[in-house]
Design a protein. Structure first.
Length: 668
C-alpha cells in the first residue's frame, strides 16, 4: 500500500524541469494579453476574456509538432473552438440541449483526441470550453458574436506564431536533447529505488516529432542539409533508445554493487560519473544539430568497467559494455528509413475513416468514449438540477480527470486537486488586496504565462496556474472572489471523486494485460533480431537485397527496410509493455491475494528487465549489420546468435508463466 501511494504521488506531482518553456510561453501570452487588456481598457472585460479563450486554447495547441503541423493544429483548434462556442452559447439556457450536446460532442472529441498528443490537447480544451460556456448560461443571441470573438482570438495566436522568430529544427533538436537530459537525470540520481522505471514518454514524443518532421521534409537542392541533420538526429535518438533500455538493468546492477561496501560504492560512483559526462557531451552536440561518440569518455567507461570485480561487478560490467557499444554506434551510418513520400502519406492520412471502427463498443477506445460521454452528460444534468451557482466546475473536473486508464484517472485527480488548492490559495491572497480591474487583467496575463510555461513540465503545476488564471478572470468579471474560490475547491473535490468512482464502477484494468503484451513484445523483439540476421546475410545474397550505405530518403534494400519496420514494431510494443507494468504497480489487486499480486508484479518486472536488455543488444547489432562484412566485429555473428537464443527463451518463459509455469530469470 505504501509503495502504491508513493507511486501515485510521484506520478501526480512529477515535474520535468527541462520541459519548462518560457520562450514559447512568452509568444503565446502575447496572444492572450492583447484581448484581455483591450477588454479591460474598454470597460467590457467579459468580451476580452471570451476572445482570450480562443487565444489561450490555440496557444496550448502549439506546443507539439514541427512548425507546419503546429500551424495546422492551431487553425483546427481555432475553428473548432469557434464552433463549440456557438453551440455552447446556443444550448446553454436549456438543460436538455446542454446535457445532450455535452454528451454527444464529448463522445466525438474522445475519438478525435486518439489521433495523437496535439489532438488530445485540442479535444480536452474543447471539452472544457464547452462545459464552461454552457455553464455560464449566457443569452442565445450572443452565440454568433461569441463564436466570432473566440475564433478571432485563436487566429490572432496563429498570426503571432507565423510572425514570431523561429530557429530551424529547434523543436527536433530539443526533443532529442530532452531524452538525453532525462538519461542524465537518472544516472545523476543513482542509486535509485528497485522499482524505478524510466519514463517512456519523452522517447516516444521525440520519435513522433521526428517522424512527423521527416514526413514533411521537402525535396530539392536546398533540403539536403536539412535531411542530413535529420538523419543524424534520428541516429542519436536510436542510440538513446538503446541506452535507455540498457539503463534499466544498469540501475539495478549499480544498486547491488553499492551494497557490497565502500569499495563497491566507489567503483559504482566512478563509473556513473564517467557515463554522466558522456551523456552530457552528446546532449550538447544534439542541441547544436549534430552528435558523435564521446570517444574519450567511452574509453574511460570501458576502463572503469574492466576494473569491476565480484558477481555484482560482473553484472554491472555487462550493462556498461552494452552502453559503451551503443555510444560507439553514434559514429556508424544512420539506419535506412522508408522514403519520405511513404512516411508523408502515412503521417498526413486523414483519420476520419477510422472513426466508425474506433466508435465500436468492441474497442477500448469506443467503450471509453461512451463512458466518458455518459458520465459527463450525467454530471452536467445533475449540476443543472441542483441549480448551484458555478456548479459547472463539477463536470469540468470530471472531464479533465476521467481518462481511459485507471492510473491516469487517479494521478490526474490527485494532481488536479493539488494544483487547485495552490491556485485557489494564491488567488485568494491576491484578490484579498482588492486590486483595480486593470491590475487584475495584468495578473491574469501573468498567470497565463505560467500556465503556458508549465504546461509541458507537469500537470499539477499547470493546474495551479490555470486555476489562478480562471479565478482572476472571474474576479475581473465582477464575481465575489471568496465565493469563486470556495466553489471551485468544493466542486473540484466532488468532480475528482465522481471521475474515480465512475472508473471503479466501469473499469478497464490494464495490469492483467501486462503478461500478454510482454509476450507480444518479446516475440516482436525476436522477429526484429531475425530481420537483423537477414540484413547481415543480405550482402551475400545478391544486389536485390543487399544493404547500401544509409542515405537519408533511401530504403537501402528490402532487408534493411524489413529490419527498420520490425524495429519500430518492437519499440511500440515494448513501450506499451512498460506502461502496463507500471499500471500493475498502481492498480488495486482486487480478486487476488497480496502474495499472488506481488509475485505477478515481480515476474512482470523481471521479464521487462530481460526485454530491455534484449532491446539494447539488438539496436547495437542492427548498426553492426549495416557495416560491410569485412568491417564487422568478429564476434558480431556469435553475439547475434546468443541474442536470438535469449529472445526465444524469454518468449518461452512468458508462455510458461502465462500457463502457470516458473517465473523468468533476471537478465544479465
Amino acid at each position: 500500500m505504501t509503495r502504491r501511494l508513493s507511486l501515485v504521488l510521484k506520478t501526480a506531482f512529477a515535474f520535468d524541469a527541462p520541459k519548462w518553456r518560457p520562450a514559447t510561453a512568452l509568444r503565446c501570452t502575447v496572444g492572450v494579453a492583447v484581448p484581455v487588456l483591450l477588454g479591460a481598457l474598454s470597460g467590457d472585460a467579459a468580451l476580452g476574456v471570451l476572445s482570450a479563450t480562443g487565444a489561450l486554447n490555440a496557444g496550448l495547441a502549439s506546443f507539439t509538432g514541427v512548425t507546419r503541423s503546429r500551424l495546422r493544429v492551431m487553425l483546427t483548434s481555432s475553428v473548432l473552438m469557434g464552433v463549440i462556442t456557438v453551440v455552447a452559447l446556443w444550448a446553454g439556457p436549456s438543460t436538455l440541449a446542454t446535457t445532450l450536446g455535452v454528451a454527444l460532442i464529448s463522445f466525438l472529441l474522445v475519438l478525435y483526441g486518439a489521433q495523437g498528443a496535439a489532438a488530445t490537447t485540442v479535444a480536452i480544451q474543447s471539452t472544457m470550453t464547452l462545459i464552461v460556456l454552457t455553464g455560464l448560461r449566457l443569452p442565445a443571441d450572443l452565440a454568433l458574436p461569441g463564436g466570432a470573438l473566440v475564433l478571432a482570438g485563436g487566429l490572432l495566436q496563429v498570426l503571432l506564431t507565423v510572425m514570431w522568430p523561429a530557429r530551424p529544427h529547434y523543436a527536433e533538436r530539443r526533443a532529442v536533447a530532452l531524452v538525453y537530459r532525462r538519461l542524465e537525470h537518472w544516472v545523476g540520481a543513482l542509486p535509485l529505488d528497485e522499482h524505478a522505471l524510466l519514463d517512456a514518454g519523452p522517447l516516444q514524443e521525440a520519435w513522433d516529432l521526428l517522424n512527423e518532421a521527416r514526413a514533411l521534409l521537402g525535396r530539392g537542392p536546398g533540403t539536403g542539409r536539412a535531411r542530413q541533420e535529420h538523419a543524424a538526429l534520428r541516429q542519436a535518438l536510436r542510440v538513446a533508445e538503446g541506452l535507455r533500455a540498457a539503463l534499466v538493468g544498469y540501475l539495478r546492477a549499480d544498486r547491488e554493487l553499492r551494497r557490497e561496501g565502500p569499495e563497491g560504492e566507489r567503483q559504482a560512483r566512478a563509473l556513473a560519473a564517467t557515463l554522466l559526462l558522456a551523456l552530457r557531451e552528446i546532449e550538447q552536440g544534439v542541441r547544436r544539430g549534430g552528435s558523435s561518440s564521446p570517444a574519450a569518455h567511452r574509453r574511460e567507461l570501458e576502463r572503469a568497467a574492466a576494473d569491476l570485480g565480484g558477481p555484482a561487478g560482473e553484472e554491472l560490467r555487462f550493462w556498461a559494455g552494452l552502453i559503451a557499444g551503443l555510444l560507439a554506434d553514434l559514429d556508424s551510418p544512420p539506419l535506412p528509413e522508408p522514403p519520405p513520400d511513404q512516411q508523408r502519406a502515412a503521417a498526413l492520412r486523414p483519420a476520419l475513416g477510422e472513426w466508425p471502427r474506433s466508435a465500436s463498443l468492441r474497442t477500448l477506445l469506443g467503450r471509453h468514449a461512451l463512458k466518458y460521454a455518459l458520465v459527463l452528460g450525467l454530471s452536467v444534468y445533475v449540476e443543472r438540477r441542483l441549480n448551484v451557482p458555478h456548479g459547472y466546475w463539477l463536470p469540468l473536473t470530471v472531464g479533465v480527470v476521467l481518462r481511459q486508464d485507471y492510473v491516469s484517472t487517479l494521478t490526474r485527480g490527485v494532481a488536479r486537486l493539488g494544483g487547485t488548492l495552490a491556485g485557489v490559495g494564491l488567488g485568494a491572497l491576491l484578490t484579498a488586496l482588492h486590486p483595480p480591474h486593470l491590475m487584475l487583467a495584468l495578473l491574469s496575463v501573468v498567470a497565463a504565462f505560467f500556465a503556458y510555461a508549465l504546461f509541458p513540465a507537469g500537470y499539477a503545476a499547470f493546474s495551479g496556474a490555470i486555476t489562478l488564471y480562471v479565478l482572476l478572470s472571474v474576479v475581473g468579471s465582477g464575481l465575489s472572489e471568496g465565493q469563486a474560490a470556495a466553489q471551485r475547491l468544493v466542486f473540484t473535490l466532488l468532480g475528482g471523486a465522481v471521475a474515480i468512482l465512475a472508473y471503479l464502477l466501469w473499469p478497464s484494468w490494464q495490469g492483467p494485460g501486462a503478461r500478454r503484451v510482454l509476450r507480444d513484445a518479446a516475440e516482436a523483439q525476436r522477429r526484429y533480431l531475425l530481420a537483423v540476421q537477414a540484413l547481415g546475410h543480405a550482402d551475400r545474397a545478391g544486389p536485390e537485397t543487399a544493404p547500401v550505405p544509409a542515405v537519408p530518403g533511401r530504403l537501402g534494400g528490402k532487408a534493411a527496410g524489413r529490419a527498420s519496420q520490425t524495429r519500430e514494431e518492437a519499440r511500440r510494443l515494448r513501450v506499451q509493455a512498460e506502461s502496463l507494468v507500471r499500471a500493475a504497480g498502481i492498480e488495486p489487486a482486487w480478486g487476488q491475494g497480496s502474495a499472488r499480486a506481488r509475485h505477478s508484479r515481480h515476474c512482470a518486472e523481471a521479464a521487462l528487465l530481460r526485454l530491455q536488455a534484449g532491446a539494447a543488444r539488438s539496436l547495437s547489432l542492427h548498426a553492426q549489420a549495416l557495416l560491410p562484412f569485412c568491417a564487422r566485429p568478429p564476434e558480431a555473428e556469435a553475439e547475434l546468435a546468443r541474442a536470438l537464443d535469449d529472445a526465444a527463451e524469454l518468449v518461452a518463459s512468458l508462455e510458461d508463466e502465462r500457463a502457470g509455469g516458473a517465473p523468468e530469470r533476471p537478465a544479465g
